[in-house]
Design a protein around this ligand. Structure first.
Ligand code: FMN
Length: 180
């Protein structure tokens, strides 16, 4: 039995849901898995020694990653790299097949440029458009991003672009990663 840890940052809850589905998939396959919010992991002990693999995930927010998330990665690079590891990002541009690949997703490339941690394994996941949950400024900004990328601009749109079967497949893949 392998033990995996998923550390995640989520602004609107969707990355948290992805982390939860990964955790459930791993547990259903008979392995142990915990998930921990990056804010908790920054301020409370993580217990690195109890895990065989570590997975980190974050959404793309205005072309960037949350600064606390990036700080956590920088502060804990050695612990993360000491075992098999994987990074996943969420973005709405990843709704198209060409931007759903590691090479085609410029935000994944940006992560690799910014991060002192170079993950063993990478996964691009399409996120969620949820205008009603966003404030006016975020809505306007994201409408602009969507206009540039031919995405939805209707301020009432709620669209979950995540391929949940693919998320589960990634969860099963993480088990094999932990077995390396
Ligand atoms: C403030 C904000 C900025 C965003 N900026 C981008 C962006 O630049 N490019 C993109 O593809 N998606 C962008 N998104 C979409 C998010 O990556 C997507 O909604 C993701 O599912 C959010 O995950 P979360 O609910 O865990 O925060 C943005 C979303 C928000 C709320």
């Amino acid at each position: 039995m392998k033990r995996l840890l998923i550390l995640y940052m989520s602004r609107g809850g969707h990355t948290a849901r992805v982390a939860r589905v990964l955790m459930e998939t791993i547990r259903e396959a008979g392995h142990q898995c915990d998930m921990m919010d990056i804010v908790e992991a920054t301020h409370e002990p993580v217990g690195w020694d109890g895990y065989d693999a570590v997975v980190l995930g974050a959404p793309v927010l205005y072309g960037n990653y949350d600064k606390n998330f990036m700080q956590f990665v920088a502060d804990h690079r050695d612990q993360i790299q000491s075992k098999p590891n994987s990074f996943f990002n969420l973005s709405v541009v990843a709704r198209t097949p060409e931007k759903a690949t590691v090479e085609g997703n410029r935000y994944m490339q940006k992560f690799l440029e910014l991060s002192p941690w170079q993950p063993d394994d990478l996964k691009v996941i399409a996120g969620k458009v949820d205008y009603p949950s966003w404030g006016m400024l975020d809505t306007l900004m994201i409408q602009m991003i969507m206009k540039m990328t031919n995405g939805p601009t209707d301020k009432h749109s709620v669209i979950d672009y995540t391929d949940w079967e693919d998320v589960k497949a990634y969860g099963r893949h993480l088990i094999t990663l932990a077995q390396r």
